[in-house]
Design a protein around this ligand. Structure first.
Ligand code: SAM
Length: 397
């Protein structure tokens, strides 16, 4: 039943799922690791060329057109995929009651978002259950949703994944401030609900750049060379009874109830390096320079600003950097990433850039057209099996 996506880059209508030949599991994990994005299309992933001399390149992804529940059930039947997905990101319709057109002035409908109330929740529940089954034991899911329906979707996630698997509700600033006439505060955010399958999830520390105003606030002082710094106390609460940090340094005992943060020889070295600043009252403090801290940035918190593109290629196209952030934190190079409402393929593009394997599903032919074009421009290799081709292969088999 193994499925292998090895095959030519464009596998239009080629059957690729259970019993039909190629398998995504066949994508060589090592081949995706540590490669430059541009090399993805030019270097073979399997090492030796196949018989016949023509080098076959293994696709790193699958782009699947059709209803995602139907596809998820097929993926579930494949042991090479069930329980192997490290990250699911979904950005489903938000139950807005709207039809989304391709662009301003175009009458072409990209997709309809007409399910409301309980039918919407039932639609999502059935998909969340299947997505959970596909996740690996170290897998996570991010559900992107708006604030009108987000609280109900969070209860669904509690139901399917368990309350104790809730990790974060991330507020995402999506646009510039609005000047609605509505008697309400402007809504500039939506949310990402982050859950994991087990307590042992993939996690790569996520950090962000310190904005210049933070650098000035956190490092308000300038040394004679014009370098920004701040100072921290050299002592900390608690008494050291026998150790060196409880002893006097330069004839100075640590203040009452405190101990030196460093042993006397380290303090002497820091002083020699000009790292210790003495107050007028003879109190020593350690200089912390901005140039040492700024490159590492700061730990990312749960309010993110990633505004969506002003001229999207698809009506609800999400910010690519947002997807890069999610994928970098919650999957590893070689991981399998799944977006079951992939739209214009933002998740797939980010996964490709970050050397992950990926599966994208969407019911809208317009979405698939846009996603395909974006992925091709990025030289991603992918298969595009269809349900019809699979049925045909099954009947013949
Ligand atoms: C909000 S958009 C996703 C946008 C995407 N994140 C992007 O960056 O372009 C939601 C997508 O879900 C798709 N969709 C809705 N119902 C679906 C279903 N049952 N199966 C597959 N796709 C579906 C729509 O066609 C639409 O493209």
């Amino acid at each position: 039943m193994a499925v292998d996506v090895s095959g030519p880059p464009s596998m239009e209508a080629a059957p690729t799922f259970p019993g039909a030949g190629p398998s995504l599991a066949g994508v060589d994990r090592r081949s995706r690791r540590g490669r430059a994005p541009s090399a993805a299309s030019s270097s073979p992933s399997s090492g030796a060329p196949p018989p016949g001399g023509t080098e076959r390149k293994r696709p790193e992804g699958l782009l699947l057109e059709g209803d995602n529940l139907e596809w998820l059930l097929r993926l579930k039947a494949d042991p090479a995929i069930r329980g192997k997905v490290d990250l699911v990101y979904i950005d489903p319709p938000f139950s807005t009651g709207r039809a989304f057109q391709v662009g301003r002035g175009s009458s072409e409908v990209a997709y309809l978002d007409t399910l409301r109330g309980d039918p919407f929740l039932a639609f999502l529940r059935s998909r969340l259950k299947e997505l959970r089954g596909l996740l690996s034991d170290r897998g996570s899911i991010y559900v992107h949703i708006d604030c009108k329906v987000g609280h109900r979707v969070r209860l669904l996630l509690d139901e399917v994944f368990g309350e104790d698997r809730f990790i974060n509700e991330i507020a995402r600033v999506k646009c510039n401030p609005k000047n609605f006439r509505r008697a309400a505060y402007g809504n500039v955010k939506d949310v990402l609900l982050f859950y994991s399958k087990t307590a042992d999830r993939i996690w790569n520390e996520s950090r962000e750049r310190l904005p210049p105003e933070d650098v000035e606030r956190l490092f308000p002082l300038l040394d004679p060379q014009g370098r920004r710094y701040t100072t921290n106390p050299l002592h900390a609460p608690g008494v050291t009874r026998d150790g060196p940090t409880g002893r006097s340094w330069k004839g100075l005992p640590p203040p009452e109830g405190r101990h030196w943060r460093y042993d006397p020889s380290t303090l002497t070295r820091l002083d020699g390096e000009g790292r210790i600043e003495w107050s007028e009252r003879g109190n020593p403090r350690l200089r912390i320079y901005a140039e040492e801290k700024v490159p590492r940035g700061k730990k990312r918190q749960d309010i993110w600003e990633f505004k969506d593109p002003p001229y999207p290629s698809y009506p609800t196209e999400k910010n690519l950097e947002l997807l890069r952030t999610v994928i970098a934190a919650s999957s590893d190079p070689g991981s399998l990433v799944l977006d079951a409402f992939c739209g214009s393929g933002t998740t797939l593009l980010a996964a490709h850039e970050l050397h992950r394997r990926w599966i994208g599903i969407d019911a809208s032919p317009v979405a698939l057209r846009v996603a395909r074009a974006r992925l091709e421009r990025a030289h991603a290799r992918f298969g595009t099996p269809t349900l019809t081709a699979l049925e045909g292969a099954r009947r013949e088999g």
